[in-house]
Design a protein around this ligand. Structure first.
Ligand code: ADP
Ligand code: MG
Length: 501
C-alpha cells in the first residue's frame, strides 16, 4: 500500500532517518515504535507530505510519489490523525467532518441541513451523540479525535496514520477507536499506529516496525514477539539487561511522553495561593510537598472547584473546567478525596452501600430512576476491588476501621469513573496494613491511566509513591523534583528554601 525505500532525512546536526525501508501492507495495522527521538514522527511526516526525503523513495500503491503537502497526501487517500487534533476548533462538528467535501445543494451552496443530518448519523456510529452544531473545540479531546478519525474514514482514506492517538482517551473511547481500526482493516484499508502503550499494540496491530536512532532495526509480526524482546529492540539493550531493569521503568518512560491530563495554571487567591501551576499526565502520580499551611490542600480544593480563585484556571485533557464549581469539576472527571474525611466526606451513620452510592447516584439513574440492582452491583464491585472489610454493605460506615472508611470514600469517587484523583493525605490515621493496601491501589489506578495528585505529609510516602514532586511554600511553587531527584533530602531542602534554584 505504502512503502519507503532507503529514505534519509537529516536536520542540522541530526540524522532523523538513516536509510529506512518501511513497508505497509494492504489491510494491515502496522505498529511503529521506538524511543523518543527514534524518528517515528519524521517517518510519518515523510510519508504524509510534511517533509520531503533527502534521499530514497516513497511509493504509494506501487507508484513513486512525492506529496507536496499533507493536503496533497490526503487527497490521494492518506490521512493523518495527530495527537493534537488538526481540525478547526471554532467551526461546528458537522462542518469539520465534511470540511472540503460539504454536501452541496442548488447553486452549489452548502446544504447545511443535509450536512448536519449526515454528520449526526455518522458520529452516532462512533458513539458521539453531541449536537453537531456545537463548535468542535467544545467537545472533549477524545471526542474530537473520534471526529478526526470519522472524517478520515468517511473521506475514504486508504491509509490512516495515527500518532499516539490514545494518550488523551478514556478506556471507553479507546475501545471505540479500536473497533473503528478493526473496521478499517476489514475493509482492506491500512493503518500505521504509533504508540508507547505495548498492551495496545498487541491488541490491535498485525506487524511492528522498530526504529532506533533513525534506523529501522526490526520489522515482523507482533504475534509471538515477546514483550521484553520488543523492548530490548527499542532500547538497543540486551534482553537480560532489560529484564533486570523491568517493565516498570519502561512504563514510566512511556508515561513521560503523554500529554498532561490535568493542568492547573496560575491558580491565585489572595493570601492563599500565588500563581500555582502544575500538570499531571495520565498514569502519573505527582506528589505535592510542603509544610502544613503551604497551600497543598488549598491547591487541591481549587482544582476541585471547592475554593474560589481570583485568577487562574484548570483544564482536563485540554478542555477548560468552568471555575469555582465542584459540579463542573466532577463532570470534568476531577475527584477530590478530602483531608478531613469525617467533616467533608464520610457520613458515619449511613451504610457502606449508601456512602458509596451517594455521589454516583445521578450517574446510575436512568431518567431519574435508580435501580436498586444497579446500585448493588456497583457497591459489590467496589467493596471487592478495594477489599473493604465490613460485615456487609448494610453496616454503618462509622463502625468500620479508619482504613476501611477511607476505602469507602475512595470507592465513592471511583464509582464515578474519574480521570483525575486528588488525594489529600489518603493514608493518614489508618493502620499500617490498610495503608499499604491503599498505596497499592493508588498505583493500580495510575496504571489504569488516571492522573493522580498525591498530598502527603509523610515524606517517605511521597518519595515512594510519586514520580514527580511539586513543592509549595507560602502558597507558591518553590521547586519541582523528578526522577532520581525525588528524595526526602531534596524535598526538605526545597521546603526549607536551601536549594540554589
Ligand atoms: P520520534 O517521533 O520517534 O520521537 P522524531 O522523528 O520526532 O522522533 O525525531 C527524530 C530526531 O530528529 C530527533 O533527534 C529530533 O530531535 C530530530 N528532529 C525531528 N524534527 C526535527 C526538526 N524539525 N528540526 C530539527 N530536528 C528535528
Ligand atoms: Mg514523535
Amino acid at each position: 500500500m505504502l512503502e519507503t525505500d532507503g529514505v534519509r532525512k537529516a536536520f542540522p546536526g541530526v540524522t532523523a532517518l538513516d536509510g529506512v525501508s518501511f513497508s505497509l501492507g494492504t489491510g494491515e495495522v502496522h505498529a511503529l515504535v521506538g524511543e523518543n527521538g527514534a524518528g517515528k514522527s519524521t517517518l510519518i511526516k515523510v510519508l504524509t507530505g510534511v517533509y520531503r526525503a533527502d534521499a530514497g523513495q516513497v511509493r504509494y500503491r506501487g507508484e513513486p510519489v512525492s506529496f507536496a503537502s499533507p493536503l496533497d497526501a490526503q487527497r490521494a487517500g492518506i490521512a493523518t490523525i495527530y495527537q493534537e487534533v488538526n481540525l478547526v476548533p471554532q467551526m461546528s462538528v458537522a462542518r469539520n467532518l465534511f470540511l472540503g467535501r460539504e454536501p452541496r445543494g442548488r447553486f452549489g451552496l452548502i446544504d447545511f441541513a443535509a450536512m448536519r443530518e449526515r454528520a449526526g448519523e455518522v458520529l452516532r456510529g462512533y458513539g458521539i451523540g453531541s449536537d453537531v452544531r456545537r463548535p468542535l473545540g467544545s467537545l472533549g479531546l477524545g471526542a474530537q479525535q473520534m471526529v478526526a478519525l470519522a472524517r478520515a474514514i468517511e473521506a475514504h482514506a486508504q491509509v490512516v496514520v495515527m500518532d499516539e492517538p490514545t494518550s488523551s482517551l478514556q478506556p471507553r473511547e479507546v475501545d471505540r477507536l479500536f473497533r473503528a481500526i478493526g473496521d478499517l482493516r476489514g475493509q482492506g484499508r491500512s493503518v500505521v499506529y504509533v504508540s508507547h502503550r505495548l498492551e495496545e499494540l498487541y491488541r490491535i496491530c498485525d506487524r511492528v516496525t522498530v526504529l532506533r536512532d533513525g534506523r529501522l532495526v526490526h520489522t515482523g509480526p507482533l504475534a509471538g514477539l515477546d514483550r521484553l524482546r520488543l523492548i530490548s529492540l527499542m532500547l538497543g539493550r540486551d534482553l537480560d539487561a532489560v529484564r533486570s531493569e523491568g517493565l516498570t521503568r519502561f512504563a514510566e518512560r512511556a508515561r513521560s511522553h503523554a500529554a498532561p491530563l490535568l493542568r492547573a495554571t496560575n491558580l491565585s487567591r489572595r493570601h492563599v495561593l500565588d500563581e500555582v501551576s502544575l500538570a499531571v499526565r495520565p498514569g502519573e502520580i505527582v506528589g505535592l510537598g510542603g509544610l502544613l499551611g503551604s497551600g497543598r490542600s488549598e491547591t487541591a480544593k481549587a482544582i476541585a472547584g471547592a475554593l474560589p480563585l481570583d485568577s487562574g484556571g484548570v483544564s482536563v485533557a485540554g478542555e477548560a473546567v468552568p471555575p469555582g464549581s465542584v459540579g463542573s469539576a466532577i463532570r470534568a472527571g476531577i475527584n477530590l478525596l478530602p483531608e478531613d474525611r469525617k467533616a467533608e466526606g464520610i457520613v458515619a451513620t449511613l451504610s457502606v452501600r449508601e456512602n458509596i452510592a451517594l455521589a454516583a447516584l445521578p450517574r446510575l439513574s436512568r431518567a431519574g430512576i435508580v435501580s436498586e440492582g444497579d446500585v448493588d452491583r456497583v457497591v459489590d464491585r467496589f467493596m471487592r476491588r478495594l477489599r473493604i472489610k465490613a460485615a456487609g454493605p448494610g453496616q454503618p460506615v462509622g463502625e468500620l476501621s479508619g482504613g476501611n472508611q477511607q476505602k469507602v470514600l475512595l470507592a465513592r469517587w471511583l464509582a464515578m469513573n474519574p480521570r483525575v484523583l486528588l488525594l489529600d493525605e489518603p493514608t493518614r490515621g489508618i493502620d499500617v496494613g490498610a495503608k499499604a493496601e491503599v498505596q497499592v491501589l493508588i498505583d493500580e489506578l495510575a496504571e489504569e491511566g488516571l492522573a493522580v495528585l498525591l498530598i502527603s505529609s509523610d515524606l517517605e510516602e511521597l518519595v515512594e509513591g510519586s514520580q514527580r514532586v511539586v513543592v509549595l511554600r507560602d502558597g507558591a511553587v518553590v521547586g519541582e523534583l523528578s526522577g532520581a531527584d525525588v528524595t526526602e533530602e531534596k524535598i526538605m531542602a526545597a521546603i526549607a528554601g536551601t536549594t540554589d534554584d
